[in-house]
Design a protein around this ligand. Structure first.
Ligand SMILES: C[S@@+](CC[C@H](N)C(=O)[O-])C[C@H]1O[C@@H](n2cnc3c(N)ncnc32)[C@H](O)[C@@H]1O
Length: 306
């Protein structure tokens, strides 16, 4: 790629490490890492947007699955490590199912300080006796090991890592490996994910091309000095890579396209294969075919050496 024309003022939002990731990713792969776009409050606009069908599908799947998850936890005391908590919409669903008395510490983690403020305020108001820890952290750049360790220190022996409606973060193998490395033998990992379904490509792509999502992606595009217009974006489902890909075409020029977002969209068989490879054992997996979404609960495979 020719010389990057970074917007120096906007780049001040990023840490030195995030800026280095951005430069390398654009130069080597023409990809804008999504962690750099979550610097402002746009996620909340998306969460409130009724046309964002993806989140409502994953929430519906979570609500249907959570009694089974609670049963698998069998009344044991756990800490919750809620990663990419956003506006905290899923917190009451989890707390009510697991039961407040069974929760040691509830950690909320998000790269976006404003989102963390919103969810912390909500959680403290809804569950005043719950012990809450907050971590304003870019988990892709700085990992989750310390989050898990500090949560465990302040709470129960066992922890439940939670990643809901976050196929974007989940597409990052390094991040998922980091979760595995941070988990102990008593820990669990709860995941909700939209799946790939043949013939539903457009239904999968559409929620990512709504104006509120494109406004979020504009954060990344502007860091590179480009003007962002909604008509400069398009999307595809790459079945080989098992990824939904949203591209930004500078000035509408597709030959210069940059990958602005990717989100993991596997079939159940592909998900099972990836998780086994990354060292996880599936305890339960519930697939909701009509809404091509699944909820799964994992433990770490004891034999896997990281
Ligand atoms: C797709 S939303 C999901 C939020 C929530 N689960 C929901 O459905 O409302 C993504 C959230 O993850 C956070 N996030 C994205 N990348 C992150 C990173 N690298 N580290 C920590 N949080 C991140 C964003 O700030 C945002 O709040």
């Amino acid at each position: 790629m020719a010389q990057l024309k970074l917007d120096k003022k906007l780049c001040k939002r990023l840490t030195r490490e995030q800026l280095a990731v951005l430069k390398e990713s654009v130069r080597k792969r023409r990809e804008i890492p999504v962690r750099v776009v979550y610097t402002q409050e746009y996620w909340d606009d998306i969460a409130k947007d009724s046309s964002y069908a993806l989140a409502s599908r994953e929430l519906a799947a979570l609500k249907k699955s959570i009694p089974h998850v609670a049963k698998a936890l069998a009344g044991r005391k756990v800490n919750v490590v809620h990663m990419g908590v956003g506006n905290g919409i899923e917190v009451p669903i989890l707390v009510k199912a697991i039961k407040e008395r069974n929760i040691g510490t509830y950690s909320i983690v998000d790269v976006n300080r404003t989102m963390l403020d919103i969810s912390e305020k909500k959680v403290r108001k809804q569950f005043p006796s719950l012990r809450v820890l907050r971590f304003n952290r870019d988990m892709e750049t700085y990992g989750v090991r310390e989050v898990f360790a500090r949560t465990r220190k302040a709470g129960a022996k066992s922890s439940l890592a939670v990643l809901i409606a976050n196929g974007v973060l989940f597409s990052n193998d390094g991040f998922v490996k980091g979760i595995g490395k941070s988990m102990g033998k008593d820990d669990f990992f709860l995941l909700s994910l939209e799946l790939y379904k043949p013939g539903k490509d457009q239904e999968i792509i559409d929620p990512y091309l709504i104006p509120t999502v494109l406004d979020l992606l504009a954060n990344g595009v502007r860091l590179l000095g480009y003007e962002s217009r909604h008509e400069y974006y398009d999307g595809e489902v790459d079945k080989k890579d098992q990824l939904l890909k949203i591209y930004f075409n500078p000035g509408g020029d597709k030959s210069r396209r940059l990958l602005a977002l990717k989100s993991y969209k596997p079939t159940v068989a592909q998900l099972n294969k990836r998780m086994a490879k990354l060292g996880f054992r599936t305890l339960l997996l519930r697939e909701f075919k009509a809404i091509h979404t699944c909820v799964a609960l994992y433990r770490k495979k004891p034999e896997k050496k990281y």
